[in-house]
Write a protein that binds this ligand. Structure first.
Ligand SMILES: [Zn+2]
Length: 177
């Protein structure tokens, strides 16, 4: 196996130890810590309540990320969404590939390989495990639409998950509400 160095720029402030990528503060952590945290929250709140809370957190964070990265890289509209998918892939969440996107409506299909949740739960968990990602797509796509002077309201579902035991990758679809 050939190992690669990080493909994202990482800077560390010598005075504070704070990590940044594109001037955005980041936290570098072991995957097991994040998965343990996620599993504990899921157990404490119940999957449905936890997923609802995560929806808002993920939506807001995706929107903020797009806003910041658009300014930093002088990118607009759907190019920011594509840049988001690339950066998420480079930061180890999963390998995100946009299978299709309708630039008129926001209907899109995004494939995920090697999702952290599948790596955490295994391929035979018998359920979908990647719901934390669900609002990231509407958050970034609706931001992109607004940047292009349009207004989208999208919903998103993980239609298949590699944790279910019968698929080798995960698939998220967005469509107008
Ligand atoms: Zn999945």
């Amino acid at each position: 196996m050939t190992l690669h160095s990080p493909q994202v720029p990482i800077n560390v402030d010598p005075a504070t130890g704070v990590w940044t990528t594109d001037n955005l503060p980041m936290i570098y952590m072991p995957r097991h810590f994040f998965i343990n945290y996620h599993s504990a929250m899921e157990k404490a709140l119940g999957e449905a309540s936890y997923a609802r809370a995560l929806w808002d957190v993920g939506y807001k964070s995706a929107w903020q990320w797009c806003q910041r990265e658009s300014a930093t890289h002088k990118l607009r509209g759907l190019d920011v969404f594509r840049h988001y998918m690339q950066r998420l892939s480079q930061r180890g969440w999963a390998q995100f590939s946009v299978q299709s996107i309708d630039a008129a409506t926001g209907s899109a299909s995004i494939r995920l390989d090697h999702s952290v949740f599948v790596l955490g739960a295994g391929p035979d968990a018998g359920r979908k495990t990647c719901y934390l990602f669900a609002s990231w797509f509407p958050g970034s796509l609706e931001w992109a639409a607004r940047d292009e002077g349009r207004s989208w309201k999208l919903e998103c579902t993980e239609v298949q998950c590699a944790s279910e035991g019968s698929h080798d990758h995960c698939l998220f679809n967005t469509k107008p509400v």
